[in-house]
Structures are given as C-alpha cells and as structure tokens.
Design a protein around this ligand. Structure first.
Ligand SMILES: C[S@@+](CC[C@H](N)C(=O)[O-])C[C@H]1O[C@@H](n2cnc3c(N)ncnc32)[C@H](O)[C@@H]1O
Ligand code: SF4
Length: 402
C-alpha cells in the first residue's frame, strides 16, 4: 500500500474548523478519490486497492459513502459553503465504477455546494475502462474533461509498467471523448527501465497524433515498497540513468513546443491557457480544496487534514457520521513560505521576487548567473526557471530553501 500518512495533530470527530479558516474566501476545489484498480501497476504507490485487497469494503456503496462526506463537509463549512471552481475525480481508477456512480457524486457536490458556471470537472480514466456510451454519460452528467493514463505507446515499456491497456484502443477512446464534447488530456511516463530515446519519441508522436489540448509527462519515480523497486533491487531491471532522463525531457519539450504546446508547470504542457489544468493550478497556488474519500488530503484557510487510508475504515467513519480525518495540521508561516517556493518555482508563471527574503534574493541572483533562472523575468521581478533550470528544478528549489 502507499506510504504512511503524516502524523500531525488529532482531528476532531465533528470536523470543526477555526473561525480563521472558515473566513477564507479563496476559490474552492473538490477532489474525490476513487481507491480501486483492477490490477496494481508495479510502479504505483497511490492509495488504491484491487478486489482481493478490499476485504469487506463495498465498491457498490462507494458513491453514497462519498455523498455522506459531502453532506458532512457542507455542515462543517456552514455559511462558508461556496460553489466549486474545479472538481477532479482521481484514483485509483474512477472509471471502474459505473458512470452513474460518478454522476451521483458530482450531483451531491452540486446539491450541497454548487458547481460554478464554467467550472472544470475532470475525471481520470484508463483507456481500457471506458467506451463511447460511458463517455457520453459523463458529459451528460456535467463532466467537462477526461485525463487518460496512456503512459507509453510502446508494448515492452507498457509491459514493464504492468499496464494492461492495448495502445491501439487509445485513439478510439480519445476520439469518443472529443465527440462527446469533453476536453482531453494524456498522461505519459518517461524513464521506464529499458525505454530508449527512440521508444520515448514514439510515445510522444503517438500522444501528439491524438490531438489533445493537454499533455502531462512525468519522470518515472521508483517508489519505495513497489514491485518495480523490488525488481530493480534484485537486479532484474536497470534504472534509467539521469543523462537519458534529461535527454527525454529535452525531447518532450522540443516536440511539444514544435506542436504548439507551452509548458506551464515542469511536467505539464497545454495548447492554450484555457486548456491548462485549472484544478492542478489551484493546488500549486494553495487555494482551498476539500479532498473526499480514503486517504484524500484537504486544505481550507491554512488548515490541512488527511483522511484514513483504508476504504473499510473510511466507510465506517462516514456511515457513523464522524469525520473520516486521521490527522490535521496548521503549518506555520515558515513552512508555508517554504511550500510556496517549492510549488511556485515549478510554474511558468514563477515566484514573485518580493515573496522571498534578502538571502534568498542573493541566491536567486546567483542562479540567474548560472543560467538556471530566467534573466528577463528576473529583471521584471519574477523568478522563472530557464529550460536548463527545469531540468534541475529540485536543485534550484534546494538552493532557494536551504
Ligand atoms: C495515480 S494515476 C491515476 C490514473 C489512472 N489510474 C491511470 O493509471 O491511468 C495518475 C498518474 O500518475 C502518474 N504516476 C503514477 N505513479 C507514478 C510514478 N511512480 N512515477 C511517475 N508518474 C506516476 C501516471 O502518469 C498516472 O497516469
Ligand atoms: S491504474 Fe493508475 S492508480 Fe491504479 S495502480 Fe495503475 S497507475 Fe496506480
């Protein structure tokens, strides 16, 4: 299972929030976690469960459990309830549930909170768990966007990742999503053991031919405790070296920008500002969001909390009317500043220089000299990574925060 939850402070059973948090007027987002997968991919450490791992937790009752947490959230927020600007159903594999269940959860958000006009409402989908009828049902129910987990177009790479979908089906389901009137996005992973630069080029060409408005390309993280990590430890497969990883990122940037995409976060590209993921941007600029479901994290007005991880424990809590939160914390100003640097430095919109103190400004100036922070943006008062800076984003952030 995924790594442990943070420790934090105990969370009150009635979920009450301090008046200062309730006074927040930040835009509000909703994340709904759907913790089910047909099989577990060897690289994944998300909080998700296959049928045999679920015990007596019931999948067919999941939409009504989440609806109970939505009711609970509306009671906790009281007069601070406001319509959601963005909604994201992620997983796990939300599309393992019937489309009607996903629509039921969205309806509950709409009834108790409201969904803002023009809101972005995304669902993650595995290409092999949806068809045209399913996608039309999502559109009719109010979803606006689908994010497909494609990862690669190359069979041996998909096999190493334990992906079960047939890449040949992907163009058909993406076309069906567009036909249904949904915006579309693709997730790719690069740096899988055994993947060559040519394999990666093939996946990028495949993704571009799908003609979606948004593409995420993530460097494979070998997570502790995953099957992938064990295979590497046993010497069955070799991790990809950093130079090849950098070449792969460079190839992604050049092919995507040639095709008219612009980066707006280190791992995310969109064809136009409208097609950026507003939901992810809401996390990165630290707006308020309520995360529903097992293991989901929330942030409202400076208070953060996280739900119990197992679907069975979650069901018990929400069914008996108590908060499913396992712990909470209120980060102090120093922790908040650190996080702001960490998140904003990954964005093309950057970090305002006046958000950092004099010592960090001197570090930033040195990083401009090293070609890692853009000199023109710097003159205009903003810290933005150069292309080389994006390759070394973690190093830049460390330099600005140590
Ligand atoms: C948790 S998955 C949920 C979506 C859906 N279940 C799927 O796999 O298509 C969201 C995305 O995270 C990315 N991801 C998951 N584990 C990763 C890892 N270890 N390294 C890099 N990216 C990862 C994948 O691109 C995946 O599409
Ligand atoms: S389908 Fe997605 S969430 Fe499920 S195990 Fe694979 S990567 Fe993780």
């Amino acid at each position: 299972m995924a790594g442990p939850l943070p420790v934090g402070d105990p969370a009150p059973e009635d979920g009450h929030l301090p008046a200062s948090a309730l006074a927040s007027t930040s835009p509000l987002s909703a994340y709904i976690h759907v913790p089910y997968c047909r099989v577990r991919c060897g690289y994944c450490d998300f909080n998700t469960y296959t049928a045999s791992e679920l015990g007596d937790a019931r999948r067919d009752d999941y939409a009504s459990q989440v609806a109970r947490e939505i009711e609970f959230a509306a009671r906790v927020l009281g007069p601070s309830v406001r319509p959601f600007d963005t909604v994201f159903l992620g997983g796990g594999t939300p599309t393992l549930l019937p489309a009607a269940d996903l629509v039921t959860m969205l309806d509950a958000l709409r009834t108790r909170f409201g969904i803002a006009d023009g809101a972005e409402v995304t669902v993650e989908a595995n290409p092999d768990s949806v068809d045209a009828e399913y996608l039309h049902a999502l559109k009719a129910g109010g979803f606006t966007r689908v994010s497909f987990g494609v990862q690669s177009a190359v069979p041996h790479v998909l096999a190493t990742l334990d992906r079960t979908h047939d890449p040949e089906r992907v163009p058909e389901v993406v076309a069906s999503a567009k036909e249904a009137g949904l915006d579309t996005s693709i997730d790719l992973i690069y740096g899988t053991p055994g993947e060559s630069l040519d394999d990666w080029r093939q996946s990028l060409d495949f993704a571009l031919a799908l003609d979606t408005g948004h593409i995420s390309a993530y460097a494979l993280i070998v997570e502790e405790g995953t099957a992938l990590e064990r295979r590497i430890r046993r010497g069955e497969i070799e991790p990809t070296d950093d130079d090849l990883m950098a070449d792969m990122y460079e190839l992604a940037e050049s092919k995507l920008s040639e095709a008219g995409f612009r980066w707006y976060e280190v791992s995310n590209w969109a064809r136009s500002p409208r097609e950026q993921s507003r939901h992810n941007v809401a996390y990165w600029v630290n707006n308020d969001w309520w995360g529903f479901g097992p293991g989901a994290h929330s942030h409202v007005g400076g208070v953060r909390w996280w739900n119990v991880k197992h679907p069975h424990a979650y069901a018990q809590r929400v069914n008996s009317g108590v908060s499913p939160a396992a712990g909470r914390e209120t980060p102090d100003a120093q922790a908040r500043d650190l996080e702001e640097v960490l998140l904003r430095m990954r964005l093309a919109s950057g970090l305002p220089i006046n958000a950092v103190d004099a010592v960090r400004r001197a570090d930033a100036q040195a990083l401009v000299g090293e070609g890692l922070i853009d000199d023109i943006a710097y003159e205009a008062g903003n810290l933005v990574l150069t292309f080389r800076g994006r390759l070394l984003a973690d190093y830049v952030v460390r330099r600005l925060t140590d």
